[in-house]
Structures are given as C-alpha cells and as structure tokens.
Design a protein around this ligand. Sequence first.
Ligand code: ATP
Length: 327
Amino acid sequence: MISLGLESTAHSFSIGIITEKGKVLANVTDMYKPPQGWGIEPMKAAQHHKKVAKEVLKKALKEARLQLKDIDIVSFSQGPGLAPCLHVGLNLAKELALKYNKPLMGVYHLIAHIEIGKLFTKTKDPIVTFTSGANTQILGFTEGRYRCFGETMDIGIGNALDKFGRETGMEFPAGPRIENLAKGGSYLELPYVVKGMDLSFSGIITDALQKFKKGEKLEDLCFSLQETLFAMLTEVTERALAHTGKSEVLLTGGVAANSRLQDMLRIMCRERKAKFAAVPREFAGDCGANIAWTGILACKSGRKPLNPAKADILPRQRTDEVEVAWL
Ligand code: ATP
C-alpha cells in the first residue's frame, strides 16, 4: 500500500509519499514565510498554499518516481489548524480521490506528529512530549486514545519562541535562530510557570521582551528562555512518566529539533532509567510524510474512507477526542 499525504494546517504546504513498510519515497515542503515583524495571516498563508500546491505535487511524484495511478490512498490533514489553509489541502485531496478513484483518509495532524516519531524511533508506548508551533501537550496512550496529562494554558511553545523572535527582529520561524544565539548566552532569571501539570508561556515571553527593551543581551535572553521553557517541559514530562509507570519518552513536533531540549529530556530519562527518543529532525515539523503514514495506519485499522462529496475540515478537534483504532 502506498499513501500520498497532504499537509496544509498552517505555515507549510507539503506532500509526502510513504509505503506500508514506512519507507518515505518523497517529502516535499514549501513554507510560507510572513514578512519580517508579522505573524502568519491565515488568508495569505492559504493563498501561498494554493499557488504552490500543484508544483509540490509534481515534485513529490517525481521524487517518488510514481504517477498518481500508482497511489493507493489519499490522506490529508483534516485538522486542527487554520481553516483557510486546511481547505486548500482538503480540496486537492478530494480532487485527487475523485479523479483517480482512491480512498480518502482524513488525518488528525497532531497524532501524525506522534506516529511518525514512533515509526522512526521504534518507541512502543511512550509518554509523548509534543512541542509544536501551535500546541504543547504531554500525552500518553491509554484505552483507545492519547490522553493529555498536561498542556499549555495559553500559547504553544513554538509560537512563544516565534513571538520573542518577531519582536526582537528575527525571521520566521525563530526557533533555530534562538537555539543558535543561546549557545553564546548566560543565565538571567525569568518567571517559571508550571501549575500542576499545565504550563504557561506567554508571561515569560512578555518578561523576556521587557528585559530586551531594558538592554539585556539577546544571547542571554535566548539562553535563559531555552533553559526556563525546556526545564518546565522536562518537569511535567518526568511527572507524567512517574504517574503512569511508562518507560519511554518520545519528543516530537517542530521544537523537537532543538538539541538543548533533547539533552534535558535525555538526562532526565537516563536518571529514571527510561528510554528517550526524538523524532528525526526532517520529520519534526509539519510535513506530508507524517500525514501519509498516519493515513496508512488508519486504513489498515479498518477505518472507513471519507466520502469525498461530504468530507470536511476539523479545525478545532483536540488530541484526546480522537479514537485511535490501530493501537
Ligand atoms: P502544529 O503542528 O501544532 O499545528 P505548527 O504547524 O506551527 O503547529 P510545527 O511545524 O510542528 O508547528 O513546528 C514549527 C515550530 O517549530 C516553529 O514555532 C519553530 O520556531 C519551531 N522550531 C523549529 N526548529 C526549532 C529549533 N531548532 N528550536 C526551537 N524551535 C524550533
């Protein structure tokens, strides 16, 4: 079985093609970058996706050395995400499913971040530290669903980093640049906000920006932000491990590419004698391969394909509302 997956939830339009055995045949992404100083405007990102969609499809098929007739299922990111962007993926997926008479699988894209991580790290039943732009959740699978043990009470950790970057003159996405600058920084105290199992990031960013305006060095603020935000995540992940008795941690989502976050979680896991694994960098952020793979899992679990005439987006669904039939 070969699955073609379309991802269009936010900044990126991406198409991946993957086999039933988990071999990635193609993973082509075109990212919308807002002008410096601006956040992502959903309509502008959707216009970008529409413009590049057919070219990305062409490149993905070329990379995979396949034609559309060779594809067995068409998978697409159904949500959560920005509605205008999600519609671009939905419309192309419907068009392909109808024209080539292929089954259409809707994929919940946050679970796609988890499943691609499990595929490549061979983790079986991990606590998932899910750190993307728009979301931050500590999850674990039990009784048919990924349950949420803790999460952000305001913005996602990636969006928090991007907001700090935007206000201090960095390009989107700011995470990689913050990671680089942090290498030359030293520690300044910032608020540390963990409430029970939940986290809050926005006040910390406000505090860091106030310190920036007062003349503190950018490198020191980047270092301190990483130390503070990642320590908060590590604390909650450790508590979830202890509560559940699970023995693995999987770090996934775009921020999982960060080496300092990986190091902190790795050290915590070593001390608890748990296995630590991070999703490979190229599949950490939103991408079509994640969607294509989760489409295969859903299909093999017996989930019925969607009717292309009725299929719609699900922009606001939560991770713990989604039934996971393949585990
Ligand atoms: P979601 O997947 O929840 O809808 P999203 O689409 O914004 O959110 P991803 O594509 O998974 O998220 O991740 C993008 C985020 O990852 C951006 O906020 C970006 O700054 C961050 N990021 C990427 N690389 C790094 C890095 N090396 N260090 C820290 N953050 C990073």
